[in-house]
Design a binder for this molecule. Sequence first.
Ligand SMILES: Cc1cc2nc3c(=O)[nH]c(=O)nc-3n(C[C@H](O)[C@H](O)[C@H](O)COP(=O)(O)OP(=O)(O)OC[C@H]3O[C@@H](n4cnc5c(N)ncnc54)[C@H](O)[C@@H]3O)c2cc1C
Length: 526
Amino acid sequence: MSGRHDVVIVGGGHNGLTTAAYLARAGRMVLVLEKKSFVGGAAVTEEFFPGFYASSIADESNTLSPKVVTDLNLKQFGFHVLPVDPLVFAPGKDGRHLTIWHDVRRTGREISRYSRADARSYPEFIRKMGKMGKIVSALNHMILPDLPDAGFKDLPEAFKLLKPLHSLRWKNVTQVMRNVPMPVADIISEWFEAENVKAAIAASALNHISLGPQESGTGYTFLQNFAHSNNGLFRAGGHVKGGAGAVTAALADATRKAGAQIQTNANVSQIIVKNGRATGIVLADGKTIFANQVVSAVDMRTTYLELVKSGIMEKTVSTHVHNITFGGTMARVHYALDGLPEFNGMSGHSQAVLKGHIQLAPSLNYLQKAFDPTKYGQFPEQPYIDIRIPTLNDPSLAPEGRHVLSATVKYIPFHQQAGDWETMRDALGELATRTISEWAPGFNQCVQHSHIITPLDMEADYHLPEGSLTHGDITLDQSLWMRPLPGYTRYQSSLKGLYHCSAATHPGAGITGINGMNAARRILRG
Ligand SMILES: Cc1cc2nc3c(=O)[nH]c(=O)nc-3n(C[C@H](O)[C@H](O)[C@H](O)COP(=O)(O)OP(=O)(O)OC[C@H]3O[C@@H](n4cnc5c(N)ncnc54)[C@H](O)[C@@H]3O)c2cc1C
């Protein structure tokens, strides 16, 4: 790996790999440097108990941009999505459950058990929001201009908006502008009346943000879910065979096949800057690697407060980086089970309804109350839990007849007041198990082993600052033209030769590969 490279990429998460693959396919000599002994970042599948495998951090949902899948021929490298229906199973503690299917009419029939008016609203709601999601998707695929420095050179990117804007009709554009800053609770309440219906649809808008449903800006993450879902609905379905790690394994193979080198156990300790230009990197073992361009596939805090020596950046940049809010409020608990949980009211229902996302969130108020204590650094009494049982779709992830249940637990603040994380770890595990047992009595008796990943573990073991799944919260003040920093929207630093491609950049988090693809386009454009 010594010598000179066209491009050195710091970080082998899915975005770093995506950028590498595009650049290598365009003929650049690319080297990816990953600190850990394996690539993937937050998109990894790991054995957490002998014979049991889980998508440790990000779930295995099918959010990768179809363009990335096609451009990089990922199917040829083992990327395979198993279709999963239903999308969401939302059980109630009282046994009243709601199932959201991919088929809108079938879901309408489910919803009519709770409200006929809601059942009538649902198809129109999906149609309208889906169109708005297409506008957000077009924005996601754009290299946005740095404001106020916009000009003719940005016009080709802006053309991407024409088709979705035309399909929504110009007069409805104001609806997008209105929905983006709204609280998701308000959007949903304009369409639906039944509490369980509202929560079942709104909950996933909160998965990639630290805020509750009544907070401004959750409308944007809700629309982002439509943009990323690939199915016209409000969250992604499907299961990537092998879990999240299979996505990054396919990307790594595609990257190598395109001619790039990937070096693991390569901890970058410095980005070399000479005369205002990034010229290479230094590894923790002292080795220096020079390159014409350096791409940071890690977060902004690591890039500018650790890797670029202090004093090099203008004061305004350092201030912006210091001011990024990360908003880590999520924990993961993986369970090795020797049987399947039976949720209240499920008897007589096939366990097939458990194949998609299982959302423990019976009402918008429940979700908001789960969020409120995070403002004071406390655990909620009743967390919002999003569950997947990947072994129902992919039995290879556990020994025969056994199951993996992965719980994403919200809201668990990184900065918590009650004590240190070592003492709070067990409390977190107990909270998750107790909550799931309230919906699925007897759940704890199926548990063979549990593996708890706290927000602190996410920082320490997966390099996610403050346990942030997004490399910086997707609040409106940190989105679009403000992402990753004002003036850096074009994936380029104010230092010449330094670029960014991680989830810190537009359009933010999710295993989408869009950030990596956009950054590669920007670099190739010169
Ligand atoms: C709890 C949780 C749940 C999530 N759930 C989902 C989900 O269900 N669906 C979804 O689509 N997204 C989900 N996400 C978001 C998604 O995982 C991330 O947005 C995405 O993986 C970020 O990818 P990345 O390549 O930009 O960065 P990362 O995956 O963070 O990769 C950065 C890489 O850089 C490496 N690195 C760091 N410092 C250095 C250094 N000095 N030298 C060399 N290498 C370094 C790291 O080890 C890492 O491999 C979730 C995230 C979390 C935390």
